[in-house]
Design a protein around this ligand. Structure first.
Ligand code: HH2
Length: 277
């Protein structure tokens, strides 16, 4: 049976596209963290800056003020899961690692902050390198590729080489095609259809389709609606894409709705394993 882990999303932001504002109070974030773990999350991804299309960047001080109380609360709660910090900024990552984070999820793949690679290397934590075309403020303005899969693959290969050259152990590196980051609906679908080509890079693949807008578009089509489905109605699409991604070699699933995805992946994995359970 394929092995996989669920990464529960914990956004401590006022403006995330799906859960913005819900967990800005540290006590609410901790309650949510416990729920995500109870539902089956083995990794908690804590973020203090939205990367939704059009989002304005926030400074390190503001981002830290959002995430640090939550990271300290998580350390105190000892939930027995891997804590991930979703940041592109070395000062935020440094404080998070000091507070117990064991994974840096950098959507810029170590490009945004020149100190990030050295920090990750020196602290020995895991690190996720994600593909993004452009930056969140502008990334959905007519993204173009000759061949999206070839280009994402070449980018991830180059970032992997860069990270290893900077002293980050290869076995601590995860790769992510960055679903929705500078990609049209067709680009996202092509990446998912040809995910095996990215799995061939030999590192665990993280997949983040959860509630993303292409699922709103495809879901609306399924119901004959004009307007994209709102984020909370994109769970069936999230499940469909996670199950197919599992079959095509993904092994970490970054999701908001852990319980239904955990159930779907357990069934899919048993089916794929063909072990008669
Ligand atoms: N997607 C988002 C944020 N971080 N990290 C990785 N590795 N892969 C992803 O696909 C990914 C990510 C965007 O989702 P969300 O955190 O829910 O929204 P926002 O950026 O608005 O906070």
């Amino acid at each position: 049976m394929p092995a996989y882990r669920l990464m529960g999303v914990l956004n401590v932001t006022p403006d995330s596209f799906s859960d913005g504002g819900r967990f800005i109070e540290p006590s609410d974030a901790l309650t949510r963290a416990r729920e995500l773990v109870a539902e089956g999350a083995e990794i908690l991804d804590v973020g203090g800056e939205s990367t939704r299309p059009g989002a304005e960047p926030v400074g390190s001080a503001e981002e830290l003020a959002r995430v640090l109380p939550v990271l300290e609360g998580l350390a105190g709660a000892a939930l027995g899961v891997l804590v991930s910090i979703d940041t592109t900024k070395a000062p935020v990552a440094r404080a998070a690692i000091e507070a117990g984070a064991g994974l840096v999820n950098d959507v810029s793949a170590l490009r945004a902050d020149p100190e990030m690679a050295e920090l990750v290397a020196a602290s020995g934590v895991e690190c996720c390198l994600m593909h993004m075309l452009g930056e969140p403020r502008t990334m959905q303005h007519e993204p173009r590729y000759e061949d999206v899969v070839d280009e994402v693959k070449a980018f991830l290969e180059e970032r992997l080489r860069f990270a290893v050259a900077a002293g980050i152990a290869e076995q601590r590196i995860l790769l992510d095609p960055g679903i929705g980051f500078g990609k049209t609906v067709a680009h996202n679908l092509e990446l998912l259809a040809r995910l095996r080509e990215l799995a061939a890079l030999g590192r665990p693949l993280v997949i983040g389709t959860s509630r993303k807008s292409f699922l709103g578009v495809l879901g609306a089509r399924a119901h004959g609606l004009e307007q994209p489905l709102e984020p909370a109605r994109r769970v069936p699409g999230t499940i469909a894409t996670c199950v197919l991604a599992l079959e095509r070699g993904a092994s970490v699933f970054r999701v908001h709705d852990v319980a239904p995805v955990a159930e779907a992946l357990a069934v899919a994995a048993a089916t794929l394993g063909g072990d008669g359970r």
